[in-house]
Every structure is written in structure tokens, then in C-alpha cells.
Ligand binder design. Structure first.
Ligand code: F6R
Length: 241
């Protein structure tokens, strides 16, 4: 794992944005795996800013999000579709047909998972996957105990994850019980991974990632075996490690 230590959250976002912008600008076509949550919000601001100022084009980019809540439609303000639209897609010149997220309101969730997995494979796989790190080591919505061989699947969300994500909802009762997520093997099959870790709340998780053993009890630990991963951490997280 290549570790980049930066001074603060803004620097983390700028650094990650520079990596993505360079790849997008150099590529004839590129498949980006995208994440939601608090961590990438600043990064998306930099991508939007760059697109508006420097006109970096995303016409040749296809996007595949990591996950979506079960039961929330794309126009629900708490869905990940909505988040992506608000924070990134709305401002960019991506073709709508090149934007992909799991369909959380599919009536056939299991078929939806298979289709999403095939969709990624049929497009040649993810070239660059962006990830955040859950406090319990989850990546995507792959909670501790998920098989490293897992493909896109439906998960029952941990109470700790529902509690952490309840900050985006009016109450924890509104946080869905399930989500569709790329599996750990789906994520691991990406050609390149960019993992962003920011803030004091992630100190224990990043310590365990760097110092702990590789175990399904801590899903992110498998990333240590990935041949092309960069982890960017900011001082709020690294002061202690
Ligand atoms: C988001 C996702 C999650 C988050 C993780 C960290 O699509 O799949 O794994 O990356 O929960 O979330 P934040 O960035 O809010 O700390």
C-alpha cells in the first residue's frame, strides 16, 4: 500500500482530485468506481471546480457507485443516487447512460445484484475505485464477517453503521435496514484503488488497517494485498499513528 500523509482534509481532497483529474484527462475511456459518505464530498467539490474552470471533460468516463440503500428511490434525498446527483453528476458533462448505481428499489434484488456485477464486468471492470473507510473496517457496505470472495450482494446493515449514517436522516428509524453493495471481491478486482481516510473518528480503524492482520473481521484489511492501492490520510488521523 502506498500511504500519502497530508496536513488536513482540504489537502486530502485536493490530492485525491489531482490523481483522478490526471487519469481522466489522460485516458481515452475510463471506468471510475465512486463512493458516497462524508469523506469524498470535498473531493467532489474539487472535481466540479476543475470541470467548470478547466473544462476537464467526463464524456469518456463511466461511473459505477459502490452501493445504494434498499427501498430508497433515486429522488429520495437520502438515496445515494440523490447524493451523487447533488454533489457531482449535476455539474459534470457525464452522459446519463454512463452513470451506474445499484437499483435499491428493484423488485428482484438478487437479480439486480447479478446484473450490477455483470454490468461492471461487461464494461471491462473498474479502472480506479474510490473508497472511504468505515470505523469498523467496512468498505462499501461490506460489514465485518463478509467473505473476501463476495460479489455484489444485499446486506443487512450493522446497528453501528445505521447509527453512524443516521446523521443524514431525521432519525435512526428512517435509516434503511438493507443495502446493495459491490462485494469485497468486486472492489478488490479494480485495477487501482484510492482509499481516503480523514478525521479523529478513523484513528482506530486506520491503525488496525496498517498494523493488524488480514482478516474478514476487518474487511478493509484485504486491501493490503492489492497491487495498486494508494491510501491518503490526513493529520487528524495520522497524529496518533
Ligand atoms: C459509501 C460507502 C461507505 C463509506 C464509509 C465511510 O459509499 O460505501 O463504505 O465510504 O462508511 O463513510 P464516511 O466517509 O462518511 O466516513
Amino acid at each position: 500500500m502506498k500511504i500519502m500523509k497530508v496536513d488536513n482534509y482540504s489537502e486530502l481532497c485536493r490530492t485525491a482530485a489531482a490523481i483522478i483529474i490526471e487519469k481522466v484527462a489522460m485516458a481515452d475511456k475510463i471506468n471510475l468506481g465512486l463512493a458516497t459518505g462524508s469523506t469524498p464530498i470535498g473531493l467532489y467539490c474539487y472535481l466540479v471546480d476543475d470541470h467548470l474552470r478547466n473544462h476537464t471533460s467526463y464524456h469518456h468516463v463511466k461511473t459505477f457507485n459502490l452501493d445504494e440503500y434498499v427501498g430508497l428511490s433515486p429522488d429520495d434525498p437520502n438515496s445515494y443516487h440523490y447524493y451523487m446527483e447533488e454533489n457531482l453528476f449535476h455539474y459534470m458533462d457525464l452522459w446519463p447512460e454512463n452513470i451506474h448505481l445499484p437499483n435499491g428499489i428493484s423488485e428482484q434484488l438478487s437479480a439486480e445484484c447479478h446484473q450490477y456485477e455483470s454490468l461492471i464486468a461487461n464494461h471491462g471492470g473498474i479502472d480506479l475505485q474510490l473508497l472511504g473507510l468505515g470505523r469498523n473496517g467496512h468498505i462499501g457496505f461490506n460489514e465485518p464477517g463478509t467473505s473476501f470472495q463476495s460479489k455484489t450482494h444485499v446486506v443487512d446493515l450493522d446497528d453501528s453503521t445505521r447509527k453512524a449514517n443516521s446523521r443524514f436522516f431525521d432519525s435512526i428509524d428512517q435509516v434503511p435496514q438493507q443495502a446493495i453493495t459491490m462485494g469485497i471481491d468486486t472492489i478488490f478486482s479494480s485495477k487501482e484503488i484510492l482509499l481516503l481516510v480523514s478525521g479523529e473518528g478513523k484513528i482506530e480503524a486506520v491503525k488496525r488497517l496498517l498494523e493488524g492482520e488480514i482478516s474478514e473481521d476487518f474487511p478493509a484489511s484485504i486491501l493490503k494485498n492489492h497491487p495498486n492501492i494508494t491510501v491518503i490520510v490526513d493529520s487528524g488521523t495520522i497524529a496518533e499513528i
